[in-house]
Design a protein around this ligand. Structure first.
Ligand code: MN
Length: 292
């Protein structure tokens, strides 16, 4: 039985112990309720539990893949406690937690929380996978060197990442002049949202910019606010559902996805359909990444 009828489990997809035990599950969900550096609409600390609660309504059969993706086992950890000292220490905790899971050969999926958490994940994965590159789906470049007196703000996360790992940015439609100059200097070639129709050629370009092992970070504001309003910093002109899925599936077919995160869901800013969308996105990407 995949789900308990009387006492549904409060884990991702509400799976029964047979499919959600830590020892036997390939996938481990790492929820992190943290949003201390966000500056406009805070509340992404409530994102992980909203995603987990919505996930109990997921259809477990994936029609597109013609398989039941949960059969690999999906374990949900308790929420990781952020450090009260600040984002740098919290990132350190994320790194330690993720490192241990990667050592156990788990496929780690981090649920944020704000985007700054991704730095700890990428550090852990980069250590385990030296050929790692990062695919970032995001409305914002997140390449500021410092933001509001912090180098570990959500607005700086990819700047810290490019210091030790190459990245490919997709869906960007908001950046500062400083970030633009930095991109030019580093010869970065982001896939901007503006005027960017998703042709087969651009899908191939995205894939060929990535190395053989890929970590994916999805800031939900990459999606259009019409389907994803529950984010801290919504930007018009975002991607559609099928557009994002096409990119993820294409990358999964051509590269090895080793882990991912979905961040910045801010449930109180939008309808409950947003949490369900996030849950479905997580389930789809687990399916794509671990398809035989
Ligand atoms: Mn971001």
């Amino acid at each position: 039985m995949n789900r308990e009828p009387f006492y549904p489990q409060r884990n991702f997809a509400a799976l029964s112990p047979e499919y959600s035990d830590l020892e036997t599950s390939k996938v481990v969900i790492l929820p992190i309720p943290y949003d201390s550096t966000t500056d406009w609409r805070s509340g992404s600390r409530d994102g992980p539990m909203a995603i987990i609660d919505a996930s109990q309504y997921l259809e477990l059969y994936d029609h597109e893949l013609d398989r039941e993706s949960y059969l690999v086992g999906i374990h949900t950890l308790p929420e990781l406690r952020p450090s009260m000292k600040g984002p740098e220490e919290t990132v350190e905790r994320v790194y330690e937690a993720a490192s241990e899971l990667v050592r156990k050969n788990k496929f780690v999926v981090m649920l944020g929380g704000e985007h700054s958490l991704t730095l700890g994940m990428v550090r852990a994965f980069r250590e385990a996978f030296p050929r790692l590159s990062v695919l970032q789906l995001d409305a914002h470049a997140d390449l500021r060197d410092e933001y509001e007196d912090s180098r570990f703000s959500h607005a700086c996360v990819m700047r810290r990442v490019v210091e030790f790992c190459s990245i490919v940015q997709v869906g960007i439609r908001s950046l500062s002049q400083e970030e633009h100059i930095f991109m030019e200097k580093r010869r970065m070639r982001p896939f901007f949202a503006q005027g960017h129709s998703l042709s087969q050629a651009s899908l191939d370009d995205i894939v060929s910019a990535l190395s053989s092992e890929v970590y994916i970070t999805i800031d939900l504001d990459v999606l259009d606010p019409s389907i994803m309003s529950a984010v801290g910093t919504p930007e018009p002109g975002g991607m559609g559902w099928y557009e994002v899925l096409r990119i993820l599936q294409h990358v999964a077919q051509k590269r090895r996805i080793v882990g991912f995160d979905v961040v910045e869901l801010c449930p109180r800013e939008g309808p409950s359909s947003c949490a369900f969308l996030a849950a479905k996105l997580v389930y789809k990407l687990i399916g794509y990444s671990l398809s035989p």
